[in-house]
Design a protein around this ligand. Structure first.
Ligand code: ZN
Length: 498
C-alpha cells in the first residue's frame, strides 16, 4: 500500500483563524440531568447546569431559578462534554479523486465540504484538531454556520519527504513553501532551485508557522509505506532544532510516526504528540504478545509524557473497501450527502480501491493473505496490543481517528471518530479511559483545557445530552439526543446528511 495516504494539496496561505468568542445567545438551563465529567470519579445525578454567553455558568445540586433561560429536561439523560477528535483532515472530500477537473466531482466536493462539519457534530464531535491541511479549507470548514471548534497544525516536511513525496516534483514547491531543508539528505534531496536556504531552516519555518493561527507544528518521520522505505526523513540534529524552535514559539510539536524506529526518534526528540499508533514493529513484526523492546519503547513514551494517538481506524478504513456490504450500513446516509453516497457505488468511485488492491480484487483471498503474513499495514493487531499495553502502563490515552487517513470512503467524518472509540473498547480499553481520551486528556495534551474537556464553570458549553450512559456502553456515544454547541442546543437529526 504505497499510496495509502494521499494528501491534500498543501497550500501555504496565511489565513488567521481566531478562536471565536462564545455566542451571546439566550441562557440555557439543563434540569435534573446526570452529569458525567471526566475529572469526577462518579456520575453526579439530578444536577442543574446553567449556561450563559456560551459558557458553563453554574453546576448545581439544587434547582436554579433563571427566568430568562430556555429549559431542557435532562431527566433520564446524561450530560457530557463534547468529543474532541485530535487527528483529522478536513481539506479533502472523502473518496473523491483529488485534483479532478470534472464538473460533477466539483459539485460533489462542494456538497461534501458543506456537510462535513455537521457530520462531525452528528457524532458529538465538537472540537477537532487538523494535523495536515490546506488553511483555506480549514477556514471554509470553520465558516459553516454549524461547526466544531477548529484547531490546526502547520506541516513542516523535509525536502522531498512525506507527504510531499505524493506531489508532482515539478510543482510541489510552488504549491508549498513551509518545507525544511535537511543537510543530511543534501546529495539526493538538495534545496529546490531558486530557494533561499535561510527561509528553510527549522527556525525560519517554525517562525512562519507561528505567525499563522496554528497551535502546533506537524513533522513526519516516515521512510515509506508497504514496499517503499527510501523516503528522506529528518535527522536527529534537525529534529532537535525543530523542537527548540517550537518551544521558543510556544507551539506544540506533533509527529507522524507509526514504526518502531521512527517513534524512537520521536521520543528522543521529545515531541509532544505521536499522531499514530505503533503498528509497524519493524523486525519484531511477527512476534507474539508485546516483546520487551516494544514494551521498553512504550514505557519511554509514558515516562516522557508524550501524547499517543492510536488511530486504530487507519487500516480498517482501507481494508473495509473490500467489503461489498460496506455502503449498506444505514449510518452512511447520516453523514454522506445522498448524491455522493450514490456515486460511491459507481465504477469510477472505486479508483482508490483499485489503486490499492488491483482491479476485481478477491477480498477473501487478500484479507486471508494479509492476516497470514501479518503485514504491518494490513492488520491492526500490533497497534491494538501496543495500545492496550500503554494503557496498562498508566498512559493517559488520547482520541484521534485520522479521518480520512487516505482517500477511502471507508473513513467518514464523525462516524469514524465513533468507530475509533468502538475499536478502543473492543481492544479492551475501559469506557472510563475512552471517555477521558475523548475529552479531558485531548484538551490537556493540546493545551485547550481552559476552554474544553470537562463540565466545569467557565468552560465553553460544548456538551452532549445522551440517551444512554457512555460509562455503561460505548454505543451510548451514538445515542445523542442533542448536541449543545456553545450553549445552543441542536437536535441531532437536524445535522444528518439525509
Ligand atoms: Zn493524519
Amino acid at each position: 500500500m504505497n499510496r495509502s495516504i494521499v494528501l491534500i494539496a498543501l497550500a501555504s496561505a496565511n489565513l488567521a483563524l481566531p478562536v471565536r468568542a462564545p455566542a451571546a445567545g439566550q441562557p440555557l438551563l439543563i434540569e435534573n440531568v446526570t452529569v458525567l465529567s471526566p475529572e469526577q470519579a462518579q456520575p453526579r445525578g439530578n444536577r442543574y447546569v446553567l449556561v450563559r454567553d456560551g459558557r458553563i455558568a453554574t453546576v448545581s445540586e439544587r434547582p436554579i431559578t433563571a427566568p430568562d433561560a430556555r429549559k431542557l429536561d435532562g431527566a433520564g439523560k446524561f450530560l457530557t462534554p463534547g468529543i474532541m477528535d485530535g487527528h483529522v483532515h478536513v481539506s479533502d472530500a472523502v473518496g473523491l479523486p483529488p485534483g479532478s477537473t470534472d464538473a460533477g466531482i466539483a459539485a460533489m466536493e462542494k456538497q461534501f465540504l458543506k456537510q462535513q462539519p455537521r457530520s462531525y457534530l452528528y457524532f458529538g464531535v465538537t472540537q477537532v484538531v487538523d494535523l495536515i491541511n490546506r488553511p483555506d479549507r480549514v477556514a471554509e470548514f470553520a465558516a459553516q454556520p454549524q461547526h466544531p471548534d477548529t484547531f490546526r497544525c502547520g506541516v513542516a516536511p523535509v525536502v522531498d519527504g512525506y507527504p510531499l513525496v505524493f506531489f508532482d516534483p515539478a510543482t510541489r514547491y510552488s504549491q508549498f513553501n513551509d518545507y525544511i531543508y535537511e543537510p543530511a539528505n543534501a546529495r539526493e534531496h538538495p534545496l529546490p532551485k531558486g530557494a533561499n536556504p535561510a527561509e528553510h531552516t527549522p527556525e525560519a519555518v517554525v517562525e512562519r508557522i507561528a505567525k499563522t493561527d496554528a497551535i502546533c507544528v506537524k513533522i513526519t518521520l516516515e521512510d515509506g509505506f508497504g514496499d517503499r522505505n527510501d523516503w528522506p526523513v529528518m535527522s536527529m540534529d534537525t529534529l532537535r532544532r525543530v523542537r527548540a524552535a517550537t518551544k521558543k514559539q510556544g507551539l506544540l510539536l506533533v509527529v507522524h510516526a507509526n514504526a518502531l524506529d521512527m517513534q524512537r526518534k520521536a521520543v528522543e526528540g521529545q515531541v509532544d504528540v505521536i499522531a499514530h499508533g505503533l503498528w509497524n514493529w519493524n523486525e519484531l513484526q511477527n512476534q507474539p504478545g508485546v516483546p520487551a523492546a516494544i514494551a521498553d519503547h512504550l514505557r519511554s513514551i509514558r515516562d516522557a509524557k508524550i501524547g499517543y494517538i492510536a488511530t486504530l481506524r487507519v487500516i480498517p478504513g482501507v481494508t473495509e473497501l473490500l467489503d461489498p456490504t460496506l455502503l449498506d450500513d444505514p449510518v452512511f446516509a447520516k453523514v454522506v450527502p445522498p448524491a455522493i453516497l450514490k456515486w460511491y457505488r459507481t465504477e469510477p468511485a472505486q479508483w482508490f480501491k483499485t489503486e490499492i488492491f488491483g482491479p476485481k480484487p478477491d477480498a477473501a483471498g487478500i484479507l486471508g493473505g494479509m492476516r497470514a503474513a501479518n503485514e504491518h499495514w494490513a492488520t491492526s493487531e500490533n497497534g491494538v496490543r501496543a495500545l492496550r499495553h500503554l494503557y496498562e502502563l498508566g498512559q493517559p490515552l488520547l482520541l484521534g481517528s485520522d479521518t480520512p487517513s487516505a482517500p477511502t470512503y471507508g473513513n467518514q467524518p464523525g462516524y469514524d471518530t465513533f468507530k475509533e472509540m468502538r475499536m478502543m473498547s473492543q481492544a479492551g480499553i475501559p469506557l472510563s479511559a475512552i471517555f477521558a481520551a475523548a475529552t479531558i486528556n485531548n484538551a490537556r495534551q493540546y493545551r485547550l483545557e481552559k476552554d474544553f474537556g470537562s463540565i466545569e464553570t467557565g468552560k465553553i458549553a460544548n456538551l452532549l445530552l445522551l440517551d444512554a450512559n457512555p460509562l455503561a456502553s460505548v454505543d451510548a456515544w451514538s445515542r445523542i439526543d442533542k448536541v449543545i454547541l456553545r450553549g445552543e442546543p441542536i437536535e441531532r437529526d437536524s445535522l444528518a446528511a439525509d
